[in-house]
Design a protein around this ligand. Structure first.
Ligand code: ATP
Ligand code: MG
Length: 650
């Protein structure tokens, strides 16, 4: 069905694009055949203090996982994101900041950003921060978040950004886990018209002796000016320590393999992992993917709606765009405030050319109907992107038609915190798209499908998605726990990086992510991805969102348990339940027919908006006594409601 749909590359787009299909094929081939030559050449997109002579030095052997790129080169990420642009584009806007309140916005030039970063770097240095120290950032989406990341990078300090929606407990664990000496936060954050007391959360986190043992200083940005408890021996105002700091601060000369940051995964499959990324390979990969995937050109206004607390915010709000001298938009708010047309209003206000968001946001807009963006002028848009989850073909079509007005290519970008940058994606001038498919690998990426025994599968098949060789943006370790890194990613399928995702490859070699491997269903001997059944359900006019999990079934082995959130204006009924069952049978086949359908006003989601199927699975199994790590859940009350209305009771 949906696989038949195909959107060819617009020839006019291809002519102007960085990469057309012929170029893609040639470059891809070279990147695989001779990675040293390929990356040796593309590594030059950065400014190196001292050039590298060695390019790739990597091993996926589980007894000796060792990943190094450009290992004898030296550079500085902040220098590459700022200093090298000053001569050519000092007055160009680096960051457009759009506040939660639509009347607040700010434009920061490269020169201004450079000054702010140098000031903070000097202030941090004066407080004793040195190369190799871990600095925790617990910040709202304000320019100071990017300034703080770059100030750390300038000094060679390692930043660990903790999403500003996390609890004091989650923050304390991450401060302790990274042995972080200093926290940068703000008094309050503002989101969707509400304020969150970030500084008070830090106080609470540091009431935990395990965290306080390491962290001795807290730097506070004044965002709202609201009331605060203050600890003179520990707390410092950002504006005070930076006021008199010099605007000159030499960028530390770092080795390519020196750590740039630690970042925790979203926690949708279990306890979050604190992944380590290094300086050289990460920045080469983030900047190259940003340029080619978004077909970024000089002067473009580029907007990624992620939070800097996620890897998407790191690679595609801060490091990739700024390394490329781009203008990147940073948004403090939410898509529904002051009303649901906000995304459209921001695109119109700043004449956004590339817009990159998540399926969860697209589905939320879609639930409101076609008129959701009001009469906003979207004519500046040239390209749309999606990240975070498989995008259902239905949501893809809606995004293409309503936001992209039928003329913007969509890049469905599959990647992970672990990969540092985009891995499987249609390049907009090169690859025909099929709604729901992330399509083909980026340069240097060798995806493969293997069965559960690790045998590589050929042709059009379903399997475990692995990557056969290293790419520069790859994470090097789990902070402080290299053994867990090796165990998690390199021990299951020997010689490969295990993604944990399942995928299908079609006749043309396109990849379709079918969901987490743990979520794959086995119904009467048939393997089925949850993504496919969910997509079929979302295609029904009454369904806004669907999540599918398996539960033990005496006859079929596994039964299909479906959670459905309805579109505005539809009510739950037995008729509708029957209709949905019938719909799935018709769309996919009788084998996929749901056994149990629970209407759910909300889904348990991570703070980054992903559905936590492992929690839904526990509820479906009637085994909700221990739900595992729920610290990254956005709204825990959703879970109580789901448990109360569960359908499968022993
Ligand atoms: P944890 O590893 O702690 O469970 P997580 O995997 O949700 O958390 P991230 O690294 O933020 O944390 O997410 C990466 C995952 O998101 C991928 O493994 C994949 O399952 C999903 N994903 C991201 N982009 C896409 C996409 N375009 N299509 C399909 N799935 C995607
Ligand atoms: Mg993951």
């Amino acid at each position: 069905m949906s696989e038949m749909k195909r959107y060819p590359v617009d020839p006019e787009f291809a002519v102007k694009a960085h990469i057309d299909n012929a170029k893609y094929l040639a470059m891809y081939e070279q990147s695989i055949k001779d990675p040293d030559a390929f990356w040796g050449e593309h590594g030059k997109r950065l400014d190196w203090f001292s050039p590298y002579s060695r390019v790739k030095h990597t091993s996926f052997d589980p007894h000796n996982v060792d990943i190094r790129w450009f290992e004898d080169g030296t550079l500085n990420a902040a220098y590459n994101c700022l200093d090298r642009h000053l001569e050519q584009r000092g007055d160009q806007v680096a960051i457009i900041w759009e506040g939660d309140d639509p009347s607040e916005s700010e434009k920061i030039s490269y020169r201004d950003l450079h000054e702010r970063v140098c000031r903070l770097a000097n202030a941090l240095k004066a407080k004793g921060v040195e190369k190799g120290d871990v600095v925790t950032l617990y910040m709202p989406m304000i320019p100071e978040a990017a300034v703080a990341m770059l100030a750390c990078a300038r000094l060679g300090a390692v930043h660990s950004v903790v999403f500003g929606g996390f609890s004091p407990e989650a923050l304390a664990n991450r401060i302790e886990g990274a042995a972080s000496r200093l926290v940068i936060t703000s008094d309050y954050s503002r989101r969707g018209g509400k304020v969150v007391p970030l500084k008070a959360n830090v106080d609470e986190a540091l009431a935990d002796p395990a965290a306080a043992r390491y962290c001795k200083k807290v730097v506070v940005v004044k965002r709202t000016g609201g009331e605060l408890a203050w600890h003179d021996h520990r707390d410092l105002w950002y504006h005070e320590i930076t006021a008199k700091a010099s605007i000159e601060c030499p960028a530390e000369e770092l080795n390519a393999e020196d750590p740039l940051f630690i970042l925790y995964t979203s926690g949708s499959t279990g306890k979050p992992k604190g992944l380590e990324h290094t300086t050289g390979g990460y920045l080469v990969y983030a900047s190259m993917t940003h340029e080619y995937v978004f077909d970024y050109r000089e002067g473009d206004i580029y907007w990624c709606t992620a939070d800097v607390g996620w890897v998407t915010g790191h690679s595609y709000i801060v490091y990739g765009p700024l390394a490329n001298g781009a203008t990147t938009l940073m948004f403090e708010g939410v898509p529904s405030y002051p009303d649901n047309s906000r995304f459209g209003r921001v695109i119109e206000k700043h004449r956004v050319n590339q817009f990159y968001t998540a399926p969860t946001a697209i589905r939320a807009l879609m639930q409101q109907g076609e008129e959701v963006l009001g009469d906003a002028d979207l004519s500046s848009l040239r390209l749309l992107g999606s990240v975070g989850e498989p995008i259902n073909p239905e949501a893809w079509e809606w995004y293409h038609r309503v936001v992209g007005q039928g003329r913007c290519p969509i890049v469905d970008t599959w990647w992970q915190t672990e990969t540092g940058g985009i891995m499987i994606v249609p390049l907009p001038g090169a690859t025909d798209t099929k709604p729901g498919s992330a399509t083909r690998p980026f340069f240097g990426v060798q995806p493969a499908l293997v069965d559960n025994e690790g045998n590589e599968l050929e042709g059009a098949v379903d399997g475990n998605l692995v990557i056969k060789d290293s790419w520069p943006g790859q994470s090097r370790s789990i902070w402080g726990d290299h053994e867990r890194f090796v165990q998690t990613y390199f021990s299951t399928f020997k010689g490969c990086y295990t993604t944990g995702d399942g995928a299908r490859r079609d006749e043309e070699g396109y990849y379709w992510i079918t969901g987490r491997v743990d979520d794959v269903l086995n119904v009467s001997g048939h393997r089925m991805g949850t993504a496919e059944i969910e997509s079929a359900l979302v295609a029904h006019p009454a369904v806004a969102e669907a999540a599918v999990v398996g539960y033990p079934h005496s006859v079929k082995g596994q039964g299909i348990y479906v959670y459905v959130t309805l579109q505005a204006g539809f009510a739950a009924s037995d008729e509708l339940m029957k209709a949905l069952r019938h719909w799935v049978r018709r769309e996919i086949g009788p084998i996929a027919s749901p056994d149990l359908i629970q209407f759910a006003p909300g889904m348990p989601k991570t703070r980054s908006g992903k559905i936590m199927r492992r929690i839904l699975r526990k509820i479906a199994e009637d085994d909700f006594g221990s739900l595992g790590d729920t610290s990254t859940l956005a709204d825990p009350s959703v879970v109580d409601d789901l448990i109360a209305k569960r359908l499968n009771r022993w």
